[in-house]
Design a binder for this molecule. Structure first.
Ligand SMILES: [Zn+2]
Length: 305
């Protein structure tokens, strides 16, 4: 299968080709002994493809031990209820605050997703409820788990979402950072782009990145969508990028520039990597929508100060 990449000794990256886009929704598969872990299953519309790719990898309901969730946004967890109808013994590890939304997605998650994502939420499709007894909630700021001799250290990394976790696979020091260090887009010459949707909090976002730095990861596994070395350099670079955005968007508000597309033009002047996505001729539908959402997050953030 051309959309399964063997990136590290025990790690594969799948590509669900959601919205016919490669390099957008790409769950990781980790092999732990004779069993497996999937990181972030993706949205409902990608589950059929995910199950196909997992069966190609010989992942079955008997050997898929865990789903690790970085957070519960639809592009990471929306398909979980559908997925677990088939993988009905797999346990899910997630921030405690995500649990009510997984069990009853209709109540808040679906409506708020429609409000913030619009057509992108419709494309992801509605999430189905997850059975509570399959969920292991994380109640503290850190969490350690050993799976068949492989150790994973989790740390709470709020910013992108208040309930976001990142975790490090200790034997190879790869940090699965979800959306807390932005997106990393190989198809745009390795552009790193902030993912800061409303309600974004820059202090907690930067704090979270500093907490990751303290764990000394060697590589970052971005949810969107690559594993890259020089984690320390990338983490620090992202902090600088967020600070540059804050200054630029503050300046825009002073100049009464409040339309996202116009703010994006200003940001392109200070952030060449985001500019590559903003100005791309190729249609990066969902990723571009995420960039505009990040700008909304910053506009609201600096307007409230
Ligand atoms: Zn995401």
């Amino acid at each position: 299968m051309d959309n399964i990449k063997h990136l590290e000794e025990k790690i594969w990256q799948l590509d669900l080709k959601v919205d016919n886009e490669k390099e957008f929704i790409a769950p990781y598969l980790i092999k732990v002994g004779e069993e497996f872990i999937v990181v972030d299953v993706g949205p409902t519309c990608g589950i059929e493809e995910l199950i196909n790719q997992l069966s190609f990898m010989k992942v079955t309901p008997d050997n898929l031990k865990y789903v690790f969730l970085t957070h519960i946004h639809l592009d990471h967890s929306g398909g979980l209820g559908t997925f677990l109808k088939y993988f009905n013994k797999t346990k899910v590890i997630v921030h405690r605050r995500g649990v009510p939304h997984l069990i009853d997605p209709d109540k808040v998650l679906w409506q708020s997703s429609l409000d913030t994502l619009g057509w992108v939420a419709e494309m992801y499709q509605k999430p189905e409820p997850v059975k509570e007894d399959l969920i292991i909630p994380i109640n503290d700021k850190t969490f350690d788990i050993e799976v068949n001799g492989h150790e994973f250290v989790w740390i709470e990394t709020p910013g992108h979402a208040s309930h976001h976790f990142s975790f490090m696979m200790m034997e190879n020091k790869i940090m699965f950072c979800g959306d807390s260090v932005g997106m990393f887009i190989p198809g745009l010459d390795d552009a790193m782009v902030p993912t800061t949707p409303h309600p974004y909090r820059i202090e907690s976002g930067i704090n979270s990145i500093n907490e990751m730095v303290k764990l000394n990861p060697l590589k970052l596994a971005f949810a969107h969508h690559a594993i890259r070395p020089n984690a320390d350099r990338l983490l620090k670079k992202h902090i600088d990028q967020l600070k540059a955005w804050e200054i630029c968007v503050k300046d825009c508000i002073k100049k009464k520039i409040t339309n996202e597309e116009e703010v994006a033009i200003e940001l392109s002047g200070v952030d060449p990597e985001s500019a590559r996505l903003f100005q791309s001729k190729k249609d990066f539908g969902g990723l571009r929508k995420a960039l505009i959402g990040s700008i909304t997050g910053f506009i609201n953030l600096v307007s409230q100060e």
